[in-house]
Design a protein around this ligand. Structure first.
Ligand code: OOB
Length: 545
């Protein structure tokens, strides 16, 4: 069983040998690694443009060469096969050289998002025993070098911080690439290629081990489902390391198909629309609030969006009324995407009937994706009924990274992942997401684990108890409300928010609203009733209207 360095518990749960054998036999898993993948793309599409970042345009051959030099640089700096490296970069071309360089050096990138702060990054570094951390100097008005100072002080095992741009007290990323010297390692395609982040519903974020074999299968199939070819231009509007823009079909699907990738620094229409016009973008993927912004901005914008053929929307439920506006107002097809970093991704197909695309969140990538819709007792619900979605298949993990205990609740004994999503299946096989049973708030695609925020609130001296729930919101879909039972003098909302920020919590996890209450409603067994708290909020909202 593959073990990544630790003593005791294995670090991750591999696919059972019989399942792995079958996925290879039927050709889902091809034995290609990410390092080979880029080399094969470069051989085939050498002179085509692979990546556009501002005025920079790299061909496939150039990208491949840069990644090789980076890989040798990582090796020269002592990064060993299997080492974990936390990567937190904005949408810049260096993301590709860093990550493919790490793949080729046999190392394991850990994909952080630009929004993460000291609390999250410290945890990722500690939990994975990361040896290095890669950042940009500044982005979106935030100085990541200051964050890195903090993380380095907190995590002694972290040997170096590499900075794209001005390194300050750290090491410049530009100094890493070197001329090839000696052989690069050849990772096992069945081994962990990288760690993705889970939106999570637990006290600490969960890390998702994805293998070369399983992930590349989902990438190849996604490229086909989304109709990518060498004439496609994929615009990255969301943070590139998130699973959606990374692989659904995202930048990896684009590379697979010989398409062109255009990086947008931010997703606002004033930045993105001119880029769509300039680069003749054909496809992009966004979360619902961004889609709404684009829909509202389109009529007053002069940019020519006529090249856009497909707008993918996913990450959170896209309201039917908004879905029906996409074709008439943006002049392109909508594709709904219901996916998860743990694996399973569903797409509406490009030839699906428009009504189906407006009301459903698509059907799975693979004929070998196994889906079960069950009730609270894990008993299959009747066809057409809403049930908890459980799934298992050729690109869905069998366990989180270094999380043996949590895995016993997040997965069934026979390896199905409990998604926490409530869905209904249409006769066509398409799924409709009806809600969620996990203690998570989906803030316009950004996932907030209630328990994680509650734990931080409980650390405040004036907080006796805390419960974080979702409040419906017309723009984000949901916002967060923290209910707090005080200890002594009641704390104010601004005080609690400042407290959480000072603890280094990512901004999207800071509660939008704080309600101080004398006590919590309880369920029959005495647990805090989030359902009643949500009802309380709904009643207040109704009174205010
Ligand atoms: C994507 O991945 P994650 O890991 O950030 O979040 C997964 C969760 C799902 O379990 C579900 O609760 C929610 O996000 N979700 C949706 C949805 N897409 C994701 N809920 C309703 N409607 C949708 N269309 O969010 C992700 C990964 C790959 C592709 C697309 C999204």
């Amino acid at each position: 069983m593959p073990v990544l360095g630790a003593i005791g518990e294995p670090d991750w749960v591999p696919f059972p040998p019989a399942a792995a054998r079958r996925y290879r036999e039927v050709g889902h898993w091809t034995g290609e690694t990410f390092g080979d993948f880029l080399a094969a793309r470069a051989a085939r599409f050498a002179d085509l443009v692979a990546v556009v970042d501002g005025d920079r345009r790299w061909t496939y051959a150039e990208l491949d060469e840069r990644a090789t030099r980076m890989a040798h640089g990582w090796r020269a700096r002592g990064i060993e096969p299997g080492d974990r490296v936390v990567v937190q970069l904005p949408n810049v071309a260096e993301f590709f050289t860093v990550v493919f360089g790490l793949f080729r050096a046999g190392a394991i990138p850990v994909f952080a998002l630009p929004a993460h702060r000291a609390n999250e990054i410290t945890y990722f570094c500690e939990h994975t025993d990361a040896v290095a951390y890669v950042i940009a100097d500044r982005d979106g008005g935030f100085d990541y070098r200051t964050l890195a100072d903090h993380v380095r002080a907190a995590v002694p095992g972290l040997r170096a911080v590499y900075v794209h741009g001005d390194p300050g007290a750290h090491t410049s990323l530009a100094e890493v690439p070197v001329d090839p010297d000696g052989e690069l390692p050849e990772p096992d395609p069945g081994s962990v290629a990288f760690l993705q982040l889970s939106g999570g519903s637990t006290g600490v974020p969960k890390l998702i081990p994805r293998t070369h074999d399983d992930y590349l299968y989902s990438v190849r199939e996604s490229a086909v489902i989304c109709g990518l070819d060498i004439s496609s231009v994929y615009l990255v509007a969301l943070p590139v390391a998130h699973n959606f823009p990374l692989s659904s079909p995202g930048v990896l699907g684009a590379l697979h198909a010989g398409s062109r990738i255009v990086l947008a620094p931010t997703p606002g229409p004033d930045v993105v629309f001119p880029l769509i016009e300039r680069e003749r973008v054909t496809i992009t993927g966004v979360v619902p609030p961004i889609a709404l912004l684009w829909l509202d901005a389109a009529p007053r914008h002069t940019a020519d969006l006529s090249s856009l053929r497909v707008l993918q929307v996913g990450g959170a439920k896209f309201a039917e009324a908004a879905a029906r506006r996409v074709r008439p107002e943006l002049g392109c097809a909508l594709q709904q995407v219901f996916g998860m970093a743990e694996g399973l991704v569903n797409y509406t197909r490009l030839d699906d009937d428009e009504d189906l695309v407006a009301i459903s969140q698509g059907s799975p990538i693979s004929p070998d994706d196994e889906l079960r819709l069950v009730d609270d007792e894990d008993v299959e619900v009747a066809p057409g009924e809403v049930g908890h979605l459980l799934t298992r298949g050729p690109y869905t993990i069998r366990g989180y990274y270094r999380a043996a205990e949590h895995n016993t609740v997040a997965f069934t004994d026979d390896g199905f992942y409990r998604t926490g999503d409530l869905v209904r299946r249409l006769p066509s096989g398409h799924l409709v997401v009806e809600g969620r049973a996990k203690d998570q708030i989906n803030r316009g695609g950004e996932k907030v684990a209630a328990e994680e925020v509650e734990n931080h609130l409980l650390a405040h001296p004036a907080v006796h108890d805390a419960a974080v729930v979702a409040v419906p919101d017309p723009f984000l879909g949901e916002r967060t409300c923290a209910f707090v039972v005080p200890l002594g003098t009641p704390p104010t909302g601004p005080q609690l928010r400042a407290f959480l920020r000072a603890r280094g919590l990512a901004a999207y996890k800071i509660p939008d609203r704080v309600e101080v209450v004398p006590s919590f409603p309880h369920t029959g067994v005495g647990k805090t009733s989030r359902k009643d708290l949500r009802a309380q909020l709904a009643a207040t909202a109704a009174r205010e209207e």
